[in-house]
Design a protein around this ligand. Structure first.
Ligand code: OSB
Ligand code: MG
Length: 400
C-alpha cells in the first residue's frame, strides 16, 4: 500500500480541503436517465433477492464550457435498505433539486450542495448531483478526485460481499475463487437460518482470513433471544458484525455491543453525520461503513470520515452494487487516510454483464484496486452503453 502524502492533516483540515475547492461552474444542461441493468447473478441478503438494478438512475451534468460529469443513484427496486425509491429519486432530481441549479453560476462544488441543505432526505438524488458536480470540477481543474478530497493512498484494499447461497458448498467454492483473485476480506451476508454455520465453515476452510458478516438489520434485539447467533459468532474472531439490528435501534445496538468482543459496524444506522456521532457516543458500534449515497453526498461522507478519524474509529467504504460510475467515486473516497479496513469494491463484472464505463477496474494480483488517476469521472462513461439500457429520459437546459 503506498502512501503518497503525509497523514498530518486533521479531520477538520480535510473536510475544509474538499469544501474549499474552487471551480467556476455554470450548469448548462442536465440529462437524467433511468436504466434497467440485469445482474449476472441474483444478489441475496436479509432484504431478499435482487435480480437486477431495474431502475438505476444516472445523471450527466454539462457545464456552459462543454465539460461534463456523470453521477449515479444506485437505487434498489424496493425501499428496504433506505427510504428512497426510483420514483422519489427521479422526482427529487427532475422537480426539486436540478431546476434551481441550471443556468446559475457557482464558485465551488460545496456551493451547489449548500443549495439543498434545508431539504430533508433525497439522499440518492443529492449524492448523484454532488458526485456529477465533483466529476465536472475535477475534469475542469485537471486534478483527480482523490487529490481534491485529500486522498493519501493510490491502492485501496478490497474485500467481497458474498450473498446468501443455497448451500455451504456453493459458498465455499465462491469464497475460494475470490480469495484466489486477491480479495483480502470475506464478508458474508447473513439472515436467520444462514449465519453461524456458513461463517464457521468459511473460518474452518480458509483459516484466519479476515472475515465479517452483514445482517442488514435482519435480527430482533436480544443477545440470547431464541436463534440469536451473537454468542457463537463472537467465538469466530470476526473483524466485525455489520448492522445486526434495525438502523434506528441505537440502544439495542449499544446493549449488544457491550456483550461482544467483536466490534459492531454501523451501516444503516450511520444515516447522517449527527446520527453517526450519536451512535458512537452511545457505544452502538465501533466501526463505520461509509457510503456516499446513504449519506447524501461526498461532503457528508468526508464529514463522517473526519468524525471517525478524530475518535480513532476505523472506517471502510461500502457499496450498493454500483456500476463503474459510482465505484469511481467510492475508490477516490477510500483513498482518504481513515479508510484502513477493506472496502466493498467488487469489480462491476461480478454484477453486470456490461459495465457503463470503459476501461473499468479490476482487482490487482496483490489484492488492491488502484485509485483512479484520471481527472473527472474515475472511469470514462460509454454513452452508448447508457443509451442501450435507458428506459426513461429527462433533459433540461433550464429554459423549458
Ligand atoms: O449492506 O453493504 C450493504 C448492497 C446493497 C445494499 C446494501 C449493501 C450491499 C452490499 C453490496 O453488501 C456490496 C457491494 O456493492 O460490493
Ligand atoms: Mg451493509
Amino acid at each position: 500500500m503506498s502512501v503518497t502524502t503525509g497523514l498530518s492533516a486533521t479531520g477538520a483540515e480535510r473536510l475544509s480541503r474538499a469544501a474549499a475547492v474552487r471551480a467556476p461552474l455554470r450548469l448548462a444542461r442536465a440529462s437524467v436517465r433511468m436504466l434497467s441493468l440485469p445482474l449476472v447473478r441474483t444478489f441475496r441478503s436479509a432484504y431478499g433477492r435482487s435480480a437486477g438494478r431495474k431502475r438505476l438512475i444516472v445523471l450527466r451534468l454539462e457545464d456552459a464550457d462543454g465539460t461534463a460529469g456523470w453521477g449515479e443513484a444506485p437505487i434498489a427496486e424496493r425501499p428496504l435498505y433506505g427510504a428512497d425509491t426510483a420514483e422519489s429519486t427521479w422526482s427529487a432530481l427532475t422537480d426539486l433539486l436540478l431546476p434551481p441549479l441550471l443556468g446559475r453560476p457557482f464558485g465551488a462544488p460545496a456551493e451547489v450542495a449548500a443549495t439543498w441543505a434545508p431539504i430533508i432526505g433525497q439522499q440518492y438524488a443529492k449524492n448523484a448531483i454532488e458526485t456529477a458536480v465533483w466529476a465536472l470540477a475535477s475534469a475542469r481543474l485537471g486534478v483527480p478526485l482523490a487529490g481534491l478530497w485529500g486522498g493519501v493512498r493510490d491502492v485501496v484494499p478490497v474485500g467481497e460481499s458474498f450473498p446468501i447461497c443455497d448451500t455451504t458448498g456453493a459458498l465455499l467454492d465462491e469464497v475460494g475463487a475470490r480469495l484466489g483473485e486477491g480479495f483480502g476480506r470475506v464478508k458474508l451476508k447473513i439472515a436467520p437460518g444462514w449465519d453461524v454455520a456458513p461463517a464457521r465453515a468459511v473460518r474452518e476452510a480458509f483459516g484466519d482470513v479476515p472475515l465479517s458478516v452483514d445482517a442488514n438489520c435482519g435480527y430482533a434485539p436480544g443477545y440470547a433471544a431464541a436463534g440469536a447467533p451473537w454468542a457463537a459468532l463472537d467465538e469466530l474472531g470476526l473483524v466485525m458484525i455489520e448492522q445486526p439490528l434495525a438502523g434506528d435501534a441505537l440502544l439495542d445496538l449499544a446493549e449488544l455491543q457491550a456483550r461482544l468482543r467483536t466490534p459492531l459496524c454501523l451501516d444503516e444506522t450511520a444515516a447522517s453525520v449527527n446520527l453517526t456521532r450519536t451512535a458512537l457516543a452511545l457505544g452502538s458500534g465501533q466501526v463505520v461503513n461509509i457510503k456516499p449515497p446513504r449519506l447524501g453526498g461526498i461532503l457528508p461522507a468526508i464529514a463522517v470520515h473526519d468524525l471517525c478519524a478524530g475518535q480513532q474509529v476505523p472506517v471502510w467504504c461500502g457499496g450498493m452494487l454500483e456500476t463503474g460510475i459510482g465505484r469511481g467515486f467510492n475508490l477516490a473516497l477510500a483513498a482518504l487516510p481513515g479508510f484502513t479496513l477493506h472496502s466493498d469494491m467488487s469489480p462491476a463484472r461480478m454484477f453486470y454483464a456490461h459495465d457503463l464505463v470503459e476501461p473499468t477496474f479490476d482487482i490487482r494480483p496483490d489484492g488492491g484496486i488502484a485509485v483512479p488517476d484520471r481527472a473527472g469521472n474515475g472511469f470514462p462513461v460509454v454513452p452508448e452503453r447508457v443509451a442501450d439500457a435507458t428506459i426513461r429520459s429527462w433533459e433540461s437546459d433550464g429554459r423549458d
